[in-house]
Design a protein around this ligand. Structure first.
Ligand code: IPD
Ligand code: CA
Ligand code: CA
Length: 263
């Protein structure tokens, strides 16, 4: 296993221990609203600190981009960290959340880790080395039509500016597919695309820490992850479409059709 992936996994496991300990004391957790419907707790902050400290013990010069504490400058390696993806679920005791950590080198995604501490499912990928769930290699699904496909999404909940556009796509996909799921932790949704539990996924307005690890996992599992214009591999817009190659393309067609209709 690449040493940097190993260090990342160790950091993620330490943060997971902390998060699981906090689950017994949900009532006492202090919650702050960063913006409308966007919550952060001491659990997120401490988990992030644990990950950063752990990485910096091994690689003091590496740069950081983390959800709660922001950017720290460093050398050409940058770790992108979401210490608790699915905070709203966590706060409600709804058992669907994860830790997401990715490593970029000179802007290229090299390593990805998404860990579900409740199911003890560790999703990892290294660029050019494939994707894994625990010790097993994973691939995207073979689903080749929207009919029968299970699609994940995230409902808009912070800014509702594009709610109408979103609902048009949702309406169409509801009638074209076997079903739509909104589990509530985007990083884990992307990991589920990588291992074929979901055939595709779309969401508007995600951030780099939601996307980075999941995008590499999906690509290493044989799928595609792009922005909705399909022209930006870094997905800077945060508007992501992902899936196996066929479903990715079919989702883009539906989204563009409806983007035009509502424009
Ligand atoms: C959120 C979750 C959610 C998605 C949101 C994210 P957070 O992350 O991934 O599923 O719909 O867009 O912000 O805030 O819980 O880390
Ligand atoms: Ca997140
Ligand atoms: Ca988070």
């Amino acid at each position: 296993m690449p040493p940097m992936l190993n260090i990342g996994i160790r950091a993620v496991h330490s943060a997971a221990d902390w998060i699981i300990r906090c689950m017994d004391q949900l009532q006492g957790i202090v919650v702050t609203e960063k913006s409308r419907n966007d919550f952060v707790t001491e659990v997120d902050r401490r988990a992030e600190q644990i990950i950063i400290e752990s990485i910096h013990r091994a690689y003091p010069d590496h740069a950081i981009l983390a959800e709660e504490s922001g950017a720290q400058e460093g050398n050409e390696y940058q770790w992108i960290i979401d210490p608790l993806d699915g905070t709203t679920n966590f706060l409600h005791g709804f058992p669907q959340f994860a830790i997401s950590v990715a490593l970029k080198h000179k802007g290229v995604l090299e390593q990805a880790i998404i860990y579900d501490p409740l199911r003890q499912e560790l999703f990892t990928a290294s660029r050019g080395g494939g994707a894994r769930l625990n010790d097993r290699r994973i691939r995207v699904s073979r689903q080749n039509s929207l009919e029968g496909a299970l699609i994940g999404t995230g409902f808009p909940f912070r800014s509702l500016d594009r709610l109408d556009t979103y609902i048009e796509v949702f309406r169409k996909l509801t009638s074209l597919t076997a079903g739509i799921r909104r589990p509530g932790a985007a990083a884990l949704d992307l990991a589920y695309v990588a291992c074929g539990r979901l055939d595709g996924f779309w969401e508007y307005g995600l951030k780099q820490w939601d996307i980075a690890a999941g995008a590499l996992l999906i690509r290493e599992a044989g799928g595609y992850a792009s922005d909705i214009d399909n022209d930006n591999p870094a997905i800077d817009s945060g508007d992501i479409v992902a899936g196996n190659p066929i479903i990715h393309n079919l989702l883009l067609n539906v989204i563009h059709d409806d983007a035009n209709i509502s424009a």
